[in-house]
Design a protein. Structure first.
Length: 79
């Protein structure tokens, strides 16, 4: 099986008609992703941030299955 798992933190900011996601930042572990998301929200001034696990399996055709670890501030539910 060729499953790839990434831990990422994604910042969110307000735009013209709602919220937009910033560039996802890869992290070394789930704990690091949660800490980075909290830092993006608390110290870098983003409206919100989310830590999540993205899993991709090219053999069976599952692309970017997401599991949300934690939300901080204003982060959309449907990302």
């Amino acid at each position: 099986m060729t499953e790839i798992t990434e831990f990422v933190a994604v910042p969110f900011d307000y735009a013209n008609n709602g919220m937009v996601a910033g560039d996802p930042e890869r992290c070394a572990s789930p704990v690091a992703a949660v800490q980075r998301a909290q830092d993006l929200w608390k110290y870098f001034g983003h409206a919100g941030a989310m830590a999540l696990i993205r899993t991709t399996d090219f053999e069976i055709g599952i692309f970017d299955k997401k599991q949300i670890l934690r939300r901080f501030g204003q982060a959309p539910c449907e990302y």
